[in-house]
Design a protein around this ligand. Structure first.
Ligand code: TXA
Ligand code: MG
Length: 315
């Protein structure tokens, strides 16, 4: 296939942001770092621009996008925030929490963003580059992870270039992302909180901040976060979980006492492991070994989100 673009890499400095904002205003897509993973951003009010996101990723049109905002005020222009949502926003924004909220009729968002749902997923990112791009372009920015649909999420600019090179005009390079795992997605439901996707903000912290119980709304409850499809984050090779040793032909991703060819965290630190997870999968996928094995990671705190992504990588 003939590439549509020569994909440029630019630093996230003032000039880079200004150029990115120019592209956004012209209805183009731009890959930009956030504190979780790199996102592929476009003006959420412009259907042609949003359609370019779906096309570049090869994303099914039924899978809605997250809209990134500067803060609570901008969120309230787009969606209805009840008291519990406001409490969560006050506790965790800017940061890696996405809230699914009833969309306002007058929000002016492209209907492609919601993919037919009456709700909108909104997140206020902590990364200065994404915040600067929202400010400079003056737009709420729809941004899914900047990878081909179903592939491993990108935690550095090179991951984006390898996945979307030739399909987008620009990658803003802000180095490796700090959290490494996509935002926690939650929805307030009156007397409880539904956890739609585990992420860097663990369920316990949502309970503490809101005083409400958190109920996991996984795939057994119907597709709540439609992108939470079983096979996702998929390397091109088979993945075996809970490995204690490498079998013949396996590239072993270690954790703690399990050393491996590479380690998510030699000290068994879960935040460090989350930040390293997707880069390790990218490295294992690019290695000469025909198969990937991954050590056990405990199911506590952000370990739940790590195991969620690993299960999908192995599915
Ligand atoms: O950390 C993140 O959230 C990153 C960065 C770039 O912000 N973004 C991200 O986007 O992970 P994406 O598109 O890869 O994942 C968005 C998820 C999908 O599972 C999608 O189905 C779900 O959010 N989603 C979007 N709108 C929704 C809605 N109205 N109701 C339920 N789930 C929704
Ligand atoms: Mg994604």
């Amino acid at each position: 296939m003939q590439p549509d673009f020569t994909t440029e890499l630019r630093r996230c400095d003032e000039d880079g942001i200004a150029y990115a904002a120019e592209l956004i205003r012209a209805g183009q897509t731009v890959a930009v770092p956030t504190e979780t993973v790199y996102g592929l951003a476009a003006d959420a009010r412009d259907s042609d621009a949003v359609a370019r996101i779906y096309a570049a990723k090869g994303r099914p049109a039924f899978n809605p996008l997250i809209v990134h905002v500067a803060g609570v005020a901008m969120a309230r222009d787009l969606a209805e925030l009840d008291d519990n949502s406001l409490r969560l926003a006050a506790a965790f924004w800017p940061g890696p929490l996405t809230l699914v909220l009833p969309v306002r009729a007058e929000a002016g968002l492209s209907p492609l963003v919601m993919a037919g749902l009456p709700t909108i997923a909104i997140r206020c990112p902590a990364h200065p580059a994404m915040q600067a791009l929202i400010a400079a372009s003056g737009a709420p920015l729809a941004a899914p992870s900047a990878n081909r649909s179903g592939a491993i999420s990108p935690t550095n600019a090179e991951h984006v270039r390898r996945s979307l090179g030739g399909r987008i005009p620009l990658v803003l390079d802000g180095g490796p992302t700090a959290r490494g795992i996509e935002s926690t997605i939650a929805a307030c439901a009156g007397d409880h909180i539904r956890l739609l996707r585990p992420g860097p903000i663990a369920a316990e912290r949502l309970e503490q901040a809101s005083g409400l119980p958190v109920v996991v709304s996984g795939s057994d409850h119907g597709i709540e976060a439609p992108g939470q499809m079983e096979s996702h984050y998929a390397p091109s090779k088979p993945v075996r979980l809970n490995a204690t040793d490498a079998m013949a032909g396996e590239y072993l991703i270690g954790f703690g006492a399990v050393k491996g060819d590479i380690s998510l965290s030699e000290t068994a630190d879960l935040d460090e492991a989350a930040a390293a997870l997707f880069a390790a999968l990218h490295i294992a996928d690019a290695s000469s070994a025909p198969r990937i094995a991954v050590a056990n990671v405990p199911m506590e705190g952000v370990g739940l989100a790590i195991n969620d992504r690993l299960r999908r990588a192995a599915a």
